[in-house]
Design a binder for this molecule. Structure first.
Ligand code: ZN
Length: 657
């Protein structure tokens, strides 16, 4: 992959710990009018659920967002004052996190303006612009927000995974209200016994106490979030009219039916339709999907992602997935845990056309769905790599000074610049197309056996699978990797990141909370320790700076194999204690000295550790008689403009739901 000259403005702006980028949508102009329309309708549906994710993340997020937007728009004082600038940054951060908790650490973000200033400016805003429900006065609104903002005991964390506490009570998310962790667990145990145990019970609902009893409020038309779901359905119904195939039409019909009924059985049926539709060029993820926001891993946040196939890159992933059985057979895991037949690993590389809900503005770089284990087992899963997103990240990061600061040698740096993009694409392909789908459980083992340690261990398993095979001759034989320098670039980067550079995204004194960060440190730290006697990974101190250097790529690969074998065994046997031990020993606690140093060196570079994207706009072109003759793709100019535009045009929920 050669770097071409590219004058597109990938990086738009930076604030706090965030950089805002935009992605290109290559190939959109070449699509048929019908496909463009399909993307347009699906992209509108993707925007209609924006309020849902705000509300799911915290009960008062919509009130907060609306109040701050009202101030932002109607403030008549000095917009260059320090306090107003602080409000602007705070609002930008809230837009980014879809709420007041940091999207990654889940800690509450505290504003930089003062309580007194805030009280004063809200009072100056005309009541008609404020989110005042029912008989609420402006003063009541101010008091509520002041305590949310400044009382450190109020909603400090969106997701609290501290095993010694009641995680349901301690987490600020809006999935539960007035119920204890024990009550939640009891409620769903009972549900699983009395109803089909395969269903993802609790996935699309809030559990709360009403008149003393524990009740479930389901997200559906006529249920919770109905006004937003109504709009989503409206656009999906238009999309059905221009579906690319019968299969896709059936799948969208099921999705609509699911939104209308809230039935989890219909949700599963939809997923089965969706996963078997591998031929359509345009595709969409739309629904309550990921459960990272719930400490019990049960309730899903709303997201949407509209995309279409990238033909060239798809070929690369296809070659890998076509050989899935070879990879499974030659994997270093115990034969008992290998699948005789690896099924339905569909590989596709896509370009994103629209991000929504949980995927916006911070987006994943790969998707592997559906999540229900039994559907994956029986029908397979769809794996996609988001090529234009990865490309934008890469373009925005070149020449940032980051590699120069943290890579040990010139050689390492050059390797990363030259091969980094292909290396990470291959890693993602292997992780998503093969890693998650590989291996099987021993008979009788429950998929939930690893409980709260499931996510980091599952990510570790997929990463280890990718790392192990990156250094394999097979990739060269298959023609997807030119030489092992590419794999070396990935090994260097993975170790550097897992042992040091990812800590630049963690606040001082904090430990690792996020599943992917836990898994990366787990792998890197474990290999560093186990390979210490052979100096597989060397810690070098030079001019007071620490570097991690890989001395033997082959030995590091052997360590990846050994750990993959163990993590697979843990999953297959449901060995909770061993899994817990691995994550607790290697994946959570941070080396305080290294952390401090990484942050100091990082801050000098003045870079933002987190990134996200604004969407392009799709604008229909109408004939005189009202028919649509084309859909124009327009790149956005400003993050703030887009956020305000979405709030004005795609906000359908009441302040409190
Ligand atoms: Zn994964």
């Amino acid at each position: 992959m050669e770097e071409k000259k590219d004058n597109f403005r990938y990086l738009l702006e930076q604030f706090a710990d965030i950089k805002i980028m935009q992605y290109k949508v290559p190939g959109f102009e070449d699509l048929s009018l019908k496909q463009k329309k399909l993307i347009y309708y699906l992209s509108q549906a993707a925007l209609c659920g924006r309020d849902i994710i705000f509300d799911q993340n915290y009960k008062y997020n919509l009130v907060i967002r609306r109040t701050l937007e009202a101030i932002y728009k109607h403030f008549s004082g000095d917009r260059n004052s320090q306090e107003f600038k602080e409000l602007e940054t705070y609002l930008k951060r809230i837009w980014f996190s879809n709420g007041i908790h940091h999207h990654y650490s889940s800690d509450k973000i505290v504003p930089g303006f003062s309580e007194n200033w805030f009280r004063k400016v809200v009072e100056e805003v005309d009541d008609q612009y404020l989110p005042l429900d029912n008989d609420q006065t402006g003063q009541e609104l101010i008091n509520l927000l002041v305590s949310v903002f400044f009382d450190e005991n109020m909603a400090p964390q969106r997701v609290d995974q501290d095993q010694n506490k009641d995680m349901v009570k301690e987490s600020a998310n809006n999935f539960y209200e007035g119920v204890t962790q024990h009550e939640v667990e009891e409620f769903y145990e009972k549900r699983a016994k009395s109803v089909d145990p395969y269903l993802s019970h609790g996935l699309n609902s809030k559990l709360l106490r009403e008149n003393g009893a524990v009740v479930e409020k389901v997200y559906k038309l006529g249920g919770m979030y109905s006004p937003a779901i109504d709009k989503i359905v409206e656009w999906l119904e238009k999309a059905v009219q221009v579906a690319e195939s019968k299969k896709q039409k059936q799948s969208l019909d099921k999705l609509i039916r699911y939104y209308k009924t809230g039935s989890l059985k219909t949700w599963d049926e939809y997923n089965i339709e969706w996963v078997s539709d591998t031929h359509s060029n345009v595709d969409v993820v739309n629904g309550f999907i990921e459960v990272y926001g719930d400490p019990l891993g049960r309730k899903a946040t709303w997201e949407s992602l509209v995309n279409f196939r990238d033909e060239e890159a798809t070929h690369r992933a296809m070659v890998i997935s076509r050989n899935a059985q070879w990879f499974e057979n030659n994997s270093p895991i115990d034969d008992r845990f290998k699948k005789d037949k690896v099924k339905g690993v569909s590989a596709k590389v896509i370009n994103v056309a629209q991000l929504g809900g949980e995927c916006y503005p911070a987006t994943p770089i790969g998707i592997n769905l559906p999540n229900a284990d039994w559907i994956r087992r029986e029908y397979g899963s769809k794996s996609v790599t988001l090529d234009n997103i990865m490309h934008a990240y890469h373009q925005a990061s070149l020449n940032s000074g980051f590699l120069e600061e943290f890579a040990w040698s010139e050689e390492e740096m050059e390797r990363a610049k030259k091969h980094g993009m292909l290396a990470s694409s291959l890693h993602t392909d292997l992780h998503e197309c093969l890693g998650h789908g590989s291996g099987q459980l021993a008979p009788g083992v429950n998929v939930e056996a690893l409980k709260n340690y499931h996510s980091p261990l599952e990510e570790a398993r997929a990463d280890l699978f990718a790392l192990y095979y990156l250094m394999d001759d097979k990739l060269i034989d298959l023609g997807v990797m030119p030489y092992k320098e590419v794999a070396k670039a990935e090994y260097d980067g993975y170790i550097r990141n897992g042992l040091m550079t990812q800590l630049t995204r963690v606040e001082p004194g904090k430990s690792l909370e996020q599943a992917h960060m836990r898994n990366r440190q787990l792998i890197a730290q474990w290999c560093y320790e186990k390979g210490a006697s052979d100096r597989v990974i060397e810690k070098i101190t030079h001019h007071g700076k620490t570097y991690f250097k890989v001395n033997s790529y082959d030995k590091l690969r052997e360590l990846f194999a050994e750990l993959l074998r163990e993590v697979q065994r843990i999953k297959s046997e449901g060995d909770y204690e061993a899994g817990k031990n691995l994550v607790e020993t290697y994946g959570i606690h941070v080396d305080k000295e290294i952390h401090k140093e990484a942050l100091e060196r990082y801050h000098k570079l003045k870079l933002a550790p987190f990134g996200g994207f604004v969407n392009p706009y799709y604008k229909p072109v109408y004939e005189n008689d009202g028919t649509v003759t084309d859909i124009k793709l327009i790149y956005p100019e400003s993050y703030t403009h887009q956020m305000l535009y979405y709030s004005e045009n795609f906000s359908f929920l009441p302040d409190i739901n």
